[in-house]
Design a protein around this ligand. Structure first.
Ligand code: DAH
Length: 358
């Protein structure tokens, strides 16, 4: 092999060994630098006789070009490697699913509450909210359930700090205290408007707009199984005026149930019962005439004509004012409407269950 080929091969080998662009520039200096092999060979030309100079010079030039070509090739290869590494490091997987904003929705019981409110609003009922921490007075005593009344034992509840021995605070066991709260407020306004004097003087027997209100909300009892949860919902209804009777209750509640369940194929039964705050009292049962629940009586509410003692505690004269009240279970209505058989599913917070209602 001639001497120039040896230099070319050695240049190619040392370029191949260069792992980085900096290594490669050092290797280049060995051959093409000021005292590199090719440069030295060029210097040697000066000593040659004229007739050999030309061909020798041309051969060295060819060798130089071959080395430069190898150098550029290697430069390109190293740049490619670097680019690949960078691309890999900064790689974006464009096939990954994008980040989505979760779509929220209302809880099935909230959907029911909205439905109840809309239906009663269409019948002229106001919607009132009240405190979940109640006093013994509003939850029991004002509702004709004094301290030693046996009906209290059906309402075992959670007592909370903040009250006093004779006026304890508790988590309300039903929405019925809102009957008193709302009516007292209403009567106070009427007294002020008609100049009847402050509350507490005498029961109000003047003329006033009727009280027509529903009060939905959370309620609490020491109770837990497939159809009872320690926290549950109720919706109270109250209509008090000068001439409101059981027939109005029947009409209103029948209309409500048929609208709620979107079915005229539904009958109601008012089954005699007892509540301290109503007299007479009735449980309201409904029966579907068709569909999966057909033929069974299903209890949906307690109701009755407001007891005169309760009318008094509202600040109203029972000789003049009379009305009806009811308390229904929106959780139960939700179960019936959607065919759910375990109440606890509503409060477990399992998104797989809840998302089915959207
Ligand atoms: N508060 C009763 C309960 O929780 C339900 C009830 C019954 C409410 C009769 C009423 C009513 O307003 O008139 O068991």
């Amino acid at each position: 092999m001639n001497e120039l080929n040896v230099v070319i091969d050695s240049a190619k080998a040392s370029f191949a060994r260069a792992a980085t662009p900096a290594d490669l520039e050092n290797a280049k200096a060995l051959f093409l630098g000021k005292s590199g092999s090719i440069t030295e060979l060029m210097k040697g030309l000066a000593a040659l006789p004229v007739d050999q100079k030309k061909s020798r010079g041309a051969a060295i030039n060819l060798a130089k070009q071959a080395i430069e070509a190898a150098l550029n090739q290697r430069r390109q290869a190293l740049a490619d490697v670097e680019l690949q590494a960078q691309l890999q490091a900064e790689a974006l997987d464009v096939t990954l699913p994008g980040r989505q904003r979760g779509q929220g929705g209302l809880h099935p019981v909230s959907l029911t509450l909205e439905r109840i409110e809309a239906i009663f609003a269409s019948m002229g009922f106001a919607v009132a909210q009240g405190p979940e921490i109640e006093t013994d007075w509003f939850n029991f005593t004002a509702l004709n359930t004094p301290e030693d009344h046996p009906a209290r034992s059906m309402h075992d509840t959670f007592y909370v700090e903040g009250g006093s021995a004779d006026a304890p605070h508790l988590l309300r066991t039903h929405t019925s205290p809102m009957q008193i709260r709302y009516a007292v407020q209403h009567v106070k306004q009427q007294r002020a408007a008609s100049g009847a004097g402050p509350v507490g003087e005498a029961l109000f027997a003047g003329t006033m707009p009727e009280i027509r209100v529903i009060a939905p909300g959370r309620t609490y009892r020491v109770d837990s199984d497939a159809t009872h949860s320690p926290m549950f919902h109720q919706c109270e209804g109250l209509w008090v005026g000068e001439n409101i009777s059981f027939k109005d209750l029947k009409f209103v509640f029948t209309d409500f149930c048929r609208t709620f369940f979107e079915s005229d194929d539904l009958v109601l039964r008012f089954r005699p019962s007892f509540f301290p705050f109503t007299e007479p009292s009735a449980e309201i049962d409904i029966q579907f005439q068709s569909g999966p629940l057909a033929g069974r009586w299903l209890e949906v509410a307690g109701s009755g004509q407001v007891h005169p003692n309760v009318i008094r505690n509202m600040g109203l004269e029972p000789e003049k004012y009379i009305g009806f009240a009811f308390g229904m279970g929106p959780d139960r209505l939700t179960m019936l409407r959607y065919g759910v058989n375990d109440l606890r599913l509503f409060f477990d917070g399992d998104i797989r269950f809840l998302s089915q209602f959207q």
